[in-house]
Every structure is written in C-alpha cells, then in structure tokens.
Write a protein that binds this ligand. Structure first.
Ligand SMILES: NC(=O)c1ccc[n+]([C@@H]2O[C@H](COP(=O)([O-])OP(=O)(O)OC[C@H]3O[C@@H](n4cnc5c(N)ncnc54)[C@H](O)[C@@H]3O)[C@@H](O)[C@H]2O)c1
Length: 320
C-alpha cells in the first residue's frame, strides 16, 4: 500500500482542485451517494486531547471505503510546537476491502476545511467582497484565507491579533502567496465592522466578536468549534444571520455555535436555512440580496476528506 506524505500532497493538490472536489462531496452527500455514520470522538481521559474516527462509504464512479483517524490537541502549538491535528486518511476498495493508500491527514484536513469555506463563500458571500477579517493564525486560518481568495476578489485581510507568535509570519507569507495586503490589528470591532467576509478559525471556547458589530451583507465562516459547549460565534450573530451548515445532523450533535443559542431559546433548529449540498444542488437558495448576513458553520465531515483522498488516489493511478 502506498503512503503519501505531506510534501507529496502539497505537490499534488491545488486549492482550486480541492474546492471542486469538496463541492462535489457535498453534492454526493445530498444525493445520498455517501453513507457516513456520525464520527466517534473519544476524549482521552487525563490528557487534553481527542481521537476522532471518521468512516465513510462513497458510491461514485467506483465505491470506496475511507476513514480518517485524527487526534486533536488544542494546546499543541502553544505547548509543544506541534500541529493541533495529526493523523491518517486511509482509502480502501469497497468491493473487496483492500487498502489502497494512506495519506497524511493534517494537510488534507486543512485543505478540505479551507475548501468548504471556499464553497460557502462562493454561494453565500457578496460577489464584490474585498475585505476579509480573520480570527486565528494557525494552519486552518491559512487555508481558509487561501480558499476565500480563490473564489472572491479579496484585496485586504485584517488578521485579528491574539498575541500568537505566528501572526507576523502568517501576514508576510500569506500576503505574498495570495497577492493581498494582510494587516495585523488588535481592534476586533473595527475588523468586524469593515469586513465583507469574516473567518473564525480559532481554538477559542467563547465568542471571538460581538454580533451587534456586524454590518449588513457580511458573510461569516466559522470552523473552529466541534463540541457542544464550545463556540466562536455569539447568539446575536446567530439570531441576525441566515444559517448554513455542512450537515444538519452533525451540527445538532457538535456545533456549540448553534447548540448554545438554541439552548438559550434565542433561536430554534428551524433557523438552519440549508445544508451546503442543498444549495449546490439548486434546491435551496444561497445569498438572495446584498444586505443579508450569512453564516456557514462547519464541524467538518468525513466525506470532505474522502473525496480529496480519492482525488489524490486517482491522480497517482493516472500518473499525473
Ligand atoms: N470544521 C472543521 O472541519 C475543522 C477542521 C480542522 C480543524 N478545525 C478546528 O479549527 C481550529 C483551528 O485549528 P488550527 O490547527 O489552525 O489551530 P491552531 O492552534 O494552530 O490555531 C488557533 C488560532 O486561534 C487563535 N485564537 C485562539 N483563541 C482566540 C481568540 N479568542 N481570538 C482570536 N484568536 C484566537 C490562536 O491565537 C491561534 O492563532 C481548531 O479548533 C480545530 O479543531 C475544524
């Protein structure tokens, strides 16, 4: 069985390709060509980390069984200089169970999570969005910004400082890579007020901005929280916005950004407008006017990893 490391993956995959793959993955999920049990999250006792097991069956041109096994240690970058996410994606032939390829998971996770934000921005953000404001300076924030820049004419990004030592290199490297101006700011309110698109890609357990600061027409993508008691968005943001998710079922299980406002009685679950797959299929509307505030809440789905891993396998098989 072939093993594909991070360097090879970064040579094989572009963000534009991953956005296309992930968009197709959301559509396949909506068309019920994907069987995806809820992922299991095992919070390791005595350790500040979790082990996630994310299996999926995809019936596309050929059937594949894919699973991601990944650890999430939120304090890793601060305490040990290690990635928050580490693990493997394994692809099997679904007809005979033969393992086909193992891929390093953190690169795929960052690319597919960024790509989900890119797909959401394509359908939900204003087409003339020029200013992005970003919470988080880790690997997820990098690919979120890259994906948004590949679908919208972003010229400037405000990176909201949280005293992360990686912020300077983030601003320099991403500014150069994407050909945009990245400005580090400590002024959360002004960053939110000026944004066309806001990206939350943090490990924060509590809201990172006040929803009353949002101006009409803003799109927000929030990818950080995946536990019921953890959220990056406050209840006011959820109350004011049209809400889109990757999966209703997963959101109700895991998305503190929605679970907490529902528990508070601020909104109920009918507040979710659509899953992204329904919008891609043309069955539900994305943005309908320039004044709407839209939120895409992602908890992350195994199908996103699976379509990217299968995409890599096909590239390897075809020798590209
Ligand atoms: N939805 C998904 O599919 C998905 C996939 C992968 C990772 N994630 C989640 O994304 C998050 C980010 O992952 P990462 O690997 O980039 O983490 P990281 O630790 O490398 O970076 C987190 C960043 O958040 C910033 N931050 C923390 N609290 C903040 C606050 N209150 N205000 C502003 N900034 C704050 C930190 O300074 C840091 O820059 C994690 O919570 C991870 O679990 C989600």
């Amino acid at each position: 069985m072939r093993i594909v490391d991070r360097d090879e993956l970064s040579r094989l995959l572009t963000m534009a390709e991953v956005i296309e793959l992930v968009e197709r993955g959301f559509l396949l999920l909506h068309q019920k060509k994907v069987l995806m049990p809820p992922r299991s999250v095992f919070n390791a006792p005595y350790h500040e980390g979790s082990l996630l097991y994310m299996p999926v069956l995809i019936e596309d041109d050929r059937p594949y069984l894919v699973t991601k096994i990944i650890t999430v240690y939120p304090e890793n970058s601060r305490l040990f200089g290690l990635p928050v996410l580490q693990g493997l994606v394994l692809v099997f032939n679904a007809m005979n169970g033969t393992p086909l390829v193992a891929l390093e998971a953190s690169f795929i996770t960052a690319m597919r999570t960024g790509a989900a934000g890119g797909v959401a921005a394509k359908y939900l953000a204003r087409k003339d969005s020029k200013v992005a404001s970003l919470f988080g300076a880790g690997p997820q924030a990098r690919t979120q910004l890259e994906a948004v820049c590949s679908v919208l004419p972003v010229e400037k990004c405000y990176l909201v400082s949280y005293q992360d030592p990686r912020e300077e290199s983030f601003a320099g490297e991403m500014g150069e890579k994407l050909g945009i101006k990245v400005v580090i700011t400590a002024d959360r309110k002004s960053a939110v007020e000026q944004a066309d698109v806001i990206i939350c890609a943090t490990t924060s357990r509590t809201p990172v901005f006040d929803g009353s600061w949002l101006r009409p027409g803003t799109h927000i993508t929030a990818i950080g929280s995946f536990k019921p008691e953890v959220r990056e968005l406050d209840s006011e943001t959820i109350r004011r916005a049209k809400i889109y998710v990757d999966s209703r079922e997963a959101a109700r299980e895991e998305a503190g950004d929605l679970i907490i406002p529902v528990r508070e009685g601020v909104v109920d679950w009918s507040k979710i407008e659509a899953e992204l797959g329904e919008v891609i299929a043309g069955e539900k509307n994305g943005r309908e006017n320039p004044d709407e505030i839209t939120v895409f809440k992602s908890v992350g789905l195994a199908v996103q990893d699976a379509v990217v891993a299968i995409g890599v396998l096909k590239k390897l098989d075809s020798g590209r």
